[in-house]
Design a protein around this ligand. Structure first.
Ligand code: UDX
Length: 592
């Protein structure tokens, strides 16, 4: 069968764009999706999400008859010689990837392949951790199809690098094509397909082992995420001192060919469906094989906290958030998309609401998605100007071009108190400073007075810290304790727990900390005590909240960070020496 008859399983963002572009470049494509309604919409040229140029391309290939959307996976497999798996690989609760869709589809494909069928190659385009294609997908296919020989059934990994907002362009002009394949027949088959698709400017084709192919995708995304967290780290230093502008720093750095200027734009943190998930998946993968990817842990940690930097900049100007009215310009995780998956805007809105602020938002495309999430908890402006109306502070969170046209007078005219925090560096600070209160990610302080003022304010923001510790009961009598190996708690047993991160509720942080330290899943229970003991960590004036958490499931195992041991003890045999005041706190609890 011709290698140009292909099936694309999964018509999400990657699947549908690839299917439409292959169909335009000369392949006969069967796009498979379980949802009949969605397929009907696709057949009418409606992708179901916003992506520049995709609708017109879809209409073109549908008219040409080179793309068909169907629910019939077996038919698509029968008619095709290359079957691309393009289903989602979401994060599981631990951050590791959830392969259930990939497994399900592999099984369905395996069942659909008939012994009499000619040679077929099953290609994993979904982002999967190294080893998945050979160790998970191939065995499922072989068992379900009965075709054990590589001569009859090929398997390859072929990761996709397209970006939202420029997915169609990227698919026509890939920087490189990566083919990870364990057998040369499958690799050559796929290479022939791509040579046919891009007959003129064939992109470099990298042929590698399957696991290497899979790794290239993670390596690329995690590196780009690292570049962003790196520049954000420098930006956060810049905003605490006088006179440094991170934009100028990044431009100068980028002129060094070894560094490159792309992905050095400081901002409110990366979002979207790939970077946050892929960085976490690589950390989780490392952990599962006994390696702690500390660089990536820091990249992820910094990114989780970066939205707090935006709020910190706002607080520096407007003071406590409670009862303030915030206008948010930009909700999508980046411009030219309506996608709000892992968008910074969502984290910031949640944080502002939990602090008692009023929020009004505007985005050219993502309003409906945000409305589905927040409903009447926030207000929606039809235009940037209406969004700004009567607000105390404006946060610019997405770099949409229409926002660049706004001038200081627009903010002064519409806002109650004109204050702008430019988290995307779309404005020229010189135009704003002096006319209104203005702050931006990575923009240094402008005077000694400002430095002094902000230094005092920062102290109130950083402190006091809230610590949470949990009494995790495995049954009525037993509870879980952990031994810490970090200074100054080294060697002491204590209750699992840690600190509340910015933007988290006490319950959320407790659940996260217990899971990170012990691997146990818990349901946060009731607060059993609030302790304020300046001796405990005088520098931070720690206030400790002790909770009684209900154990959901999971075996005991030490999981992360500074924990050297985890054990279950009877309430009657608590260690005599426990870190800080935990013994006292526990006794209070047990006695009441
Ligand atoms: C990314 C990869 O670029 C792509 O190759 C892969 O296939 C999927 O993941 P995408 O998520 O669509 O693509 O967006 P991208 O343009 O990479 O941006 C991701 C996030 O990083 C956005 O939130 C963006 O605003 C942020 N970003 C990007 C920065 O904060 N600074 C930068 O310099 C670049």
């Amino acid at each position: 069968m011709s290698p140009d008859r292909v099936a694309v399983i999964g018509l999400g963002f990657v699947g549908l764009t690839s299917a439409a572009v292959f169909a335009d470049l000369g392949a006969k494509v069967y796009g498979v999706n379980r949802n009949l309604q969605k397929n009907k919409a696709i057949q009418m040229g409606k992708p179901g999400f916003f992506e520049p140029n995709l609708t017109s391309l879809l209409k073109k290939v549908l008219k040409k008859g080179s793309l068909t959307a169907t629910t019939d996976l077996a038919l698509a497999v029968k008619k095709s010689s290359i079957i691309f798996i393009c289903v989602n690989t979401p994060s599981s609760e631990s951050g590791a990837i959830d392969l259930s869709y990939v497994r399900d589809v592999a099984l369905d494909i395996g069942k659909a392949v008939k012994p009499s069928d000619g040679y077929k190659v099953i290609v994993v385009k979904s982002t999967v951790v190294p080893g998945t294609t050979e160790k998970v997908v191939r065995p499922i296919l072989a068992k379900a199809s009965g075709k054990k020989s590589r001569k009859d059934l090929g398997v390859a990994a072929n990761p996709e690098f397209l970006r939202e907002g420029s997915a169609v362009y990227d698919s026509y002009h890939p920087d490189r094509i990566v083919i990870g394949g364990g057998d040369s027949k499958a690799t050559s088959f796929l290479e022939r397909f791509y040579n046919n698709m891009y007959p003129k400017n064939t992109p470099p084709i990298i042929k590698a082992s399957t696991a290497t192919g899979e790794m290239i995708k993670y390596a690329s995304n995690a590196f780009l995420a690292t570049k962003i967290s790196y520049i954000n780290t420098l930006a956060n230093i810049a905003t605490r001192i006088q006179g440094v502008d991170i934009e100028v720093v990044a431009n100068a750095m980028g002129l060094d060919h070894r560094i490159g200027k792309l992905f050095l734009k400081a901002g409110p943190g990366y979002g979207g469906s790939c970077f946050p998930k892929d960085v976490k998946a690589l950390i989780g993968f490392g952990r599962d094989i006994g390696y702690r990817a500390k660089v990536l842990e820091s990249v992820d940690h910094l990114n989780e906290r970066q939205p707090c930097e935006v709020i910190r900049l706002a607080q520096n100007i407007v003071g406590p958030i409670n009862n303030k009215h915030f206008s948010i310009l930009g909700l999508a995780f980046k411009k030219d998309t309506d996608d709000i998956r892992s968008a910074v805007s969502v984290k910031i809105i949640e944080n502002l609401l939990s602090e008692g602020a009023k929020v009004t938002v505007y985005d050219p495309l993502a309003m409906n998605n945000v409305r589905d999430k927040f409903g009447s908890k926030i207000k929606y402006g039809d235009t940037p100007q209406k969004c700004l109306k009567d607000s105390d502070c404006c946060l610019v969170l997405t770099e949409w071009n229409i926002f660049r046209k706004l001038k200081p007078r627009d903010f002064i005219k519409h806002m109650k108190n004109p204050v702008v925090v430019d988290a995307r560096r779309i404005f020229n600070p010189e135009e704003f400073i002096g006319k209104m209160r203005f702050s931006a990610i990575g923009l240094g302080l402008t005077s000694d007075a400002e430095e002094e003022e902000r230094r005092t304010q920062n102290e109130t923001w950083e402190k006091p810290a809230l610590a949470v510790n949990a009494i995790v009961k495995t049954d009525e009598d037993e509870l879980v304790i952990v031994k810490r190996s970090n200074h100054p708690f080294q060697g002491y047993w204590s209750l699992p727990g840690g600190f509340v991160e910015c933007g988290e509720t006490v319950e959320q942080s407790l659940k996260r900390e217990v899971k990170e330290e012990t691997g146990l899943k818990t349901n946060p229970g009731r607060i059993v005590g609030v302790y304020s003991d300046p001796k405990r960590n005088p520098e931070k004036h720690v206030i400790s909240v002790l909770m009684e958490a209900e154990l959901v499931s999971g075996a005991l195992r030490k999981k992360s960070r500074e924990i050297s041991d985890v054990k279950t003890v009877s309430k009657k045999s608590l260690p005599k020496k426990m870190a800080f005041d935990h013994l006292k706190m526990l006794k209070d609890y047990l006695e009441n």
